[in-house]
Design a protein around this ligand. Sequence first.
Ligand code: NDP
Ligand code: PYC
Length: 343
Amino acid sequence: MAERSPVTVETLTAMIEEIFRNAGLSERQAAATARVIALAEQDDCTSHGVYRLAGCLRTIKAGMVKSQAEPVLTDDGSAVLRIEAGGGFSCGGFDLAAPVLAERAKTLGVAALVINDCVHFSALWPEVETLTSLGVAALAMCPSYASVAPAGGNEALLGTNPIAFGWPRVNRLPYVFDFATSVAARGEIELHRRAGTSLPEGWAVDREGRPTTDPVSALEGAMLPFGAHKGSAISTMVELLAGVMIGDLTSPEARDLVGGTTLAPRHGELVLAFSPERFAAGRPGDPFARAEGLFEAIVGQGARLPSQRRFAARAKAQAEGIHLTEAEWTELEQLRTLGLDAV
Ligand code: NDP
Ligand code: PYC
């Protein structure tokens, strides 16, 4: 079979958007959600790229997404902004609030965005990168669904609970990290299952709490937190700040609501934005110049900055187009022609 041509991120976004619109998503939800999937594929973050599309459609088909919900921003002029997503995907609500959040952080020094009642499946780096492009530092976090055993335990309780951080850099791509607080994202386990490959040691335990490298047993059992008790504590913090504190669901509650882990979970998200200028005001040194010194020292030791691989993948995709695998093309074609009947 002739190799397919690579696509631009705009073309891929438009293809995914059409699939979402045909599945009944509102214009805003379809556009924002398609964008994060296409961006993930562009940056070679396959665990949150095209592979997620079928899961999104399954969640729509199961009636677990409010397809026509319009996010509502509540802004009382304080440091806490709130989006009520109304059961829709999180991405449209974030896009609506991001410029207001960045401006509020510049005015007050720090501001928070609470997103409530959203269906959330995406990587967090597109959000922190949006905020760094608006000139503020950002920290984003959310629960997911109970699939990770706390350190010392052996049953799924915590979520894979991602945390992302971004720091703006002058005339350079930002400093960004974004990771699950489990050893790996659950999407990675699913990709191993699809590829028929074993997991690295130390990622998961089976249903009986025994260590396993089999992705199927891992999906039935529990994943493990990164860094043992340290990752476990950070993951618990995410449950507290981005679940309990914002009056939204924790990971066990999200799993109970959805009834399993095959659909995208519904819960909330917390995004914090900081103005480095405001925090550093009156203190010696320019925070951005000082940050550059730190990054140079890291790279100077031969270490790499987080997101360097992703930014390299982006540059390559922007130059050559995004190379989708044959399996990804097949899936896109099926979802385009069959819509919700394909899932
Ligand atoms: P990875 O372990 O693949 O990467 C984590 C971070 O570490 C990335 O920023 C990565 O940069 C960086 N990194 C990796 N290797 C190095 C290295 N050698 N030196 C310096 N930095 C490095 O991520 P995860 O599998 O944990 O998570 C993947 C995605 O899954 C995230 O985007 C996350 O938001 C998403 N996720 C979403 C969830 C949700 O509920 N919505 C739940 C869980 C995860 P680089 O990309 O450049 O390699
Ligand atoms: O990869 O762990 C994950 C995940 C859960 C929800 C969305 N992504």
